[in-house]
Design a protein around this ligand. Structure first.
Ligand SMILES: O=C(O)c1ccccc1N[C@@H]1O[C@H](COP(=O)(O)O)[C@@H](O)[C@H]1O
Length: 212
């Protein structure tokens, strides 16, 4: 008889800017690391920094580049250092699909968002990342949204984001049962600098929720 264990919730830490944080994040058991290439973010890095930081990421940890409505040329420059692209702006499905690289699409949970339609429109995405909506700010707000708005069935895997912390992540995983979770501000000391204890506790809380 085959016994299948329940699926583990994948974890992405976003907004890495320091080599020591990458080393600690990998040690904590994270699945993916995000690099913010949007220059208006307090966590943004240059292509040169991306080249250095991505070289520290070992095999089987996914290197994710985060872009917000940015030029094709910049994204192409970053491709050698990335495994996956996170589009966090108003990019069309055609725009996202042109790079020949796996990608995910972030959706900000404005009250008008139609998730079933978005899943159909962005059917080539590997997953949909759901983030809080705040006018004028594309993401990384540290704010949550009403998780009850996420349907139990969606045609694409869900990555839950927005205001996740060591304190709320276990409830989030239990309530939403997402494919993955993504956190930036909730594991930081200050913008761009991660906190070792928070990284370790965040991963433990996800494992705790998965085991229940
Ligand atoms: O982190 C940023 O600075 C950022 C900037 C622009 C778009 C997205 C950004 N981060 C992403 O936002 C969500 C939620 O972040 P937080 O945990 O609430 O701080 C997450 O997907 C980050 O990848």
């Amino acid at each position: 008889m085959k016994i299948l264990s329940p699926m583990r919730t994948r974890i992405k830490f976003c907004g890495l800017t320091r080599r020591e944080d990458i080393a600690q994040a990998v040690r904590s058991g994270v699945d993916a690391l995000g690099f913010v290439m949007w220059p208006k973010s307090a966590r943004s890095i240059t292509v040169e920094q991306l080249a250095v930081l991505s070289a520290d990421v070992p095999a089987f940890v996914t290197r994710v580049g985060l872009f917000v409505d940015q030029p094709i040329e910049l994204i192409e420059q970053c491709l050698p250092y990335l495994d996956l692209i996170q589009f966090h702006g108003n990019e069309s499905p055609e725009f996202c699909a042109q790079f020949g690289r796996p990608w995910i699409k972030a959706l900000r949970m404005h009250e008008s968002v139609d998730l079933a339609k978005a899943a159909a429109d962005y059917h080539q995405a590997q997953a949909l990342l759901l983030d809080a909506y705040r006018p004028g700010i594309p993401g990384g707000t540290g704010e949550t949204f009403d998780w009850a708005r996420i349907p139990a069935e969606l045609a694409k895997p869900v990555i839950l984001a927005g205001g996740l912390t060591v304190e709320n992540i276990a409830s989030a995983v239990q309530q939403v049962a997402p494919y993955a979770v993504d956190v930036s501000g909730g594991i930081e000391l200050t913008h761009g600098c991660k906190d070792v204890d928070k990284m370790v506790s965040f991963v433990s809380q996800v494992a705790f929720a998965d085991a229940r």
